[in-house]
Design a protein around this ligand. Structure first.
Ligand SMILES: Nc1ncnc2c1ncn2[C@@H]1O[C@H](COP(=O)(O)OP(=O)(O)O)[C@@H](O)[C@H]1O
Ligand SMILES: [Mg+2]
Length: 233
C-alpha cells in the first residue's frame, strides 16, 4: 500500500512560493486503483511526482509497504530513494517515454537489468519475465517492433509492462490516455485495472477525464492543491 500523509509541496515563484499541493492525504490499497482527478493545474502531477520520490515534499510522509515493513520514502537519502523507485515503484507517464532505437522487448530488458547482476541465470530470469509481461499486455506479436512501428495505445502498453518489470508494490500512472483516442484509451485503462488486481499493486492514477471513472475503486478530487469534496455525479 501507499499512503501520502499530509503532503505539502511548494515551488519558488518570484519572491514568494506557490503552494502546488496543500496538506493532501491519499491512501492506496494493494489491488486497487485510486483515481486522482481535478482541473488542469490543480496539483495532480505534483502529487504523483512526490509519490514517485522525484520531488521531495516540504512536509508530509510517503508511507510504502505493509505492517512493520512500512517505510517513509520522504525520509530517504537520494541514493536510497533511487533504489526504492527502481525496486518498489512503477511509473507510467503521459508520454510513453520509450527509447526510439529499442524494440518493445529491449525496452523491458534494459529496465530489467538495471540494478541487478548480469549473470546468465539472472538474464534468463529477466528474459522470461519480459516475455510474460509482453504477453500480459497483449504485445507478444509486436515484441520486435520499435516505438515508431507501434500505435499510441501499444506504446502505452509497452510502458506499462516496463513499469511492472521489477514487480513493484506501487504503480503510479499520470494521464495515460491523454494522447489516445477514446477506444485505445478505454483499453489502456482496462489493462491497468486488470494488472492492478493480478499483480496486487497499489495503483494511483491521475486523469482529468472522468469518462474512465468506472475503473477506479476510489476517486480523490483535487482542486487548488487540496482534496475537495467528491463531485456530484
Ligand atoms: N517545477 C515547477 N516549478 C514551478 N511551479 C510548478 C512546477 N510544477 C508545477 N508547478 C505549478 O504547480 C501547480 C500544479 O501543477 P501540476 O501538478 O502540474 O497540476 P496538474 O497535473 O493537476 O495539471 C501549477 O500551478 C503549476 O504551475
Ligand atoms: Mg498533470
Amino acid at each position: 500500500m501507499i499512503t501520502l500523509q499530509n503532503i505539502t509541496l511548494t515551488f519558488p515563484d518570484g519572491e514568494h512560493r506557490i503552494t502546488a499541493v496543500n496538506n493532501v492525504t491519499i491512501h492506496g490499497e494493494n489491488g486497487t486503483v485510486t483515481g486522482i482527478t481535478g482541473p488542469s493545474g490543480s496539483g495532480k502531477s505534483s502529487i504523483l511526482a512526490v509519490a514517485a520520490t522525484l520531488i521531495r515534499p516540504d512536509a508530509g510522509g510517503i508511507l510504502i509497504g505493509n505492517g512493520t515493513d512500512t517505510i517513509d520514502a520522504a525520509q530517504l537519502s537520494k541514493k536510497d530513494a533511487t533504489a526504492l523507485r527502481r525496486e518498489r515503484i512503477g511509473i507510467v507517464f503521459q508520454q510513453s517515454n520509450l527509447i526510439p532505437a529499442l524494440t518493445a522487448r529491449e525496452q523491458l530488458q534494459i529496465m530489467g537489468r538495471l540494478g541487478g547482476g548480469t549473470g546468465r541465470t539472472k538474464r534468463a530470469k529477466i528474459d522470461a519475465r519480459v516475455n510474460e509481461l509482453l504477453d500480459a499486455v497483449g504485445l507478444s506479436a509486436h515484441a520486435n517492433k520499435r516505438p515508431h512501428q507501434l500505435s499510441g495505445g501499444q506504446r502505452q502498453r509497452v510502458s506499462i509492462a516496463r513499469a511492472l518489470i521489477h514487480e513493484p508494490e506501487v504503480l503510479l500512472v499520470d494521464e495515460p490516455t491523454s494522447a489516445l483516442d477514446q477506444e485505445s484509451g478505454a483499453e489502456v485503462m482496462g489493462l491497468i485495472a486488470r494488472l492492478t488486481r493480478e499483480r496486487n499493486t497499489a495503483t494511483l492514477l491521475v486523469t482529468h477525464d472522468l469518462v474512465h471513472r468506472n475503473v477506479f475503486d476510489d476517486v480523490i478530487t483535487i482542486v487548488d492543491g487540496r482534496v475537495s469534496e467528491p463531485a456530484a455525479v
